[in-house]
Design a protein around this ligand. Structure first.
Ligand code: LRH
Ligand code: MN
Ligand code: MN
Length: 423
């Protein structure tokens, strides 16, 4: 854990300048008719879940270069998540991946309680052969063999069972099923098998739970993927029923896809369930949120803020990213704050003016209205929200000053790096 004194000392050096910056931003916003404290309340209310699996170095299929003090168990991972929450005050929950994070549920809850954390959506893993008799090499929930499908269904039901014991209320299902060659799989029958299996899982879903279907364009299958886009994800959610929703992982689309529009359509359909936030230049979750396309992140949040108050809209916000060259704790803190920044900036959009420009077909001014919000540096609002919640004005600097990584490196066994799948 981070010593409260370290946070207090770090903050002490910065609080004077922050107060000035906050006051000056408050004056500038007031001229635009915006109440700075309302935006600060938005920052305080913001929360995004940390992925347990993100606390370690991910690596690529070529190699993995672990850092010092890598977590060796789910309890180490929870400690790291506790650090992220105590410094940012924006990540009060953790999303678990089973079987990676399998442990005695009572121990998980006790550890989370000690750290002031909760558990968000559970994630099942039928994309690798971690346990079980049957291989997922040729698919899991959509496999041609009923016994393999049954094993994958059972695993998902077990995730729900564990989740119920630790206070989770949702299961995210992402499968790597697909095909690598044209003709390898009958795409229609494969999808039907998948739907049949999902219906079995859905039957085991408690009343107050939701199931999220997560789409991804490709990888590990390189020709076709069963749940390849939001269309298939929506079909799935609609076919399953009320408790089934779609989860959008920002990294799971072709380049240039208009993700904010997908968000808008899923809201329209009443089927948007949540997000896996991350960023990438080329694909999936290679980079921290807001690293490459901060404007796109803002535009996604613009849709979410616009839809606030929509009946039934209850989103699970989660990070899902991989780190190769940075300290995962630092990257996850940066991501959480960038997502929070986009959420607060979207709250700054003059929606009355925007609606007027849209009605008048004034494209230039409509776009300028969005840009005005995106260009406003709201850092003092985020920092003030953190300070008031007991967090750090500058989380990364405070983390480095705390020496946490060196402390855990002294306790946790060193992990050797190694080759990936091709070495
Ligand atoms: C697949 C994915 C999915 C998995 C996670 C490890 O690319 O985004 O959410 O559960 O990565
Ligand atoms: Mn994901
Ligand atoms: Mn992914």
């Amino acid at each position: 854990m981070i010593d409260q004194d370290v946070i207090a000392q770090s903050n002490e050096a910065l609080v004077g300048a922050l107060a000035q910056d906050y006051a000056s931003l408050g004056e500038r916003l007031a001229r635009r008719g915006v109440e700075i404290d309302a935006l600060k309340a938005r920052a305080r209310a913001f929360a995004v879940a940390v992925p347990s699996w993100g606390t370690g170095t991910g690596g690529t299929r070529f190699a993995r270069f672990p850092g010092a003090g890598e977590p060796t168990s789910i309890f180490d991972k929870l400690d790291d998540c506790g650090v992220i929450q105590s410094l940012t005050q924006a990540t009060p929950s953790v999303s678990l991946h089973i079987p990676w994070d399998k442990a005695e549920p009572a121990d998980l809850t006790a550890k989370a309680e000690e750290l002031g954390l909760r558990f968000d959506a559970m994630n099942s893993n039928t994309f690798s052969d971690t346990e079980g008799e049957y291989s997922y090499k040729f698919g899991s929930l959509s496999h041609t063999e009923a016994a393999t499908r049954a094993q994958a269904i059972e695993h998902n039901l077990e995730c729900i069972e564990i989740g119920q014991k630790i206070g989770s209320k949702a299961l995210t299902v992402w499968i790597g099923d697909g095909s690598n060659f044209p003709g390898q799989s009958h795409m229609g029958r494969q999808f039907e098998r998948y739907l049949g299996a999902m219906k079995e899982i859905y039957k085991g879903l408690p009343e107050d739970w939701r199931i999220f279907s997560e789409h991804k364009i490709y990888e590990p299958a390189f020709y076709s993927t069963v749940v390849q886009d939001w269309g298939t994800s929506l079909l799935t959610a609609q076919e399953l029923g009320e408790k089934a929703m779609c989860l959008v992982d920002l990294g799971h689309h072709a380049p240039n896809v208009n993700i904010e529009m997908i968000v808008s359509r899923l809201i329209h359909a009443g089927k948007l369930g949540g997000f896996h936030f991350n960023d990438s230049k080329y694909g999936d979750d290679d980079l921290d949120a807001g690293t490459i396309e901060p404007y796109r992140l803002f535009l996604v949040w613009n849709e979410l803020v616009d839809a606030e108050g929509t009946p039934g809209l209850d989103l699970a916000h989660m990070i899902d990213q991989s780190h190769n060259v940075t300290d995962p704790i630092e990257s996850l803190m940066i991501s959480a704050m960038e997502i929070q920044r986009a959420a607060v900036q979207a709250g700054l959009v003059d929606r009355v003016a925007l609606a007027g420009y849209q009605d008048e077909n004034d494209a230039l001014m409509a776009s300028a209205t969005l840009r005005a919000a995106f260009r406003t540096d709201i850092e003092p609002i985020l920092a003030m929200a953190r300070l008031e919640a007991g967090g750090a004005i500058d989380p990364v600097a405070t983390y480095r000053r705390s020496g946490y990584r060196a402390q855990v490196a002294a306790k946790r066994p060193a992990v050797r790096g190694g080759g990936g799948g091709i070495v």
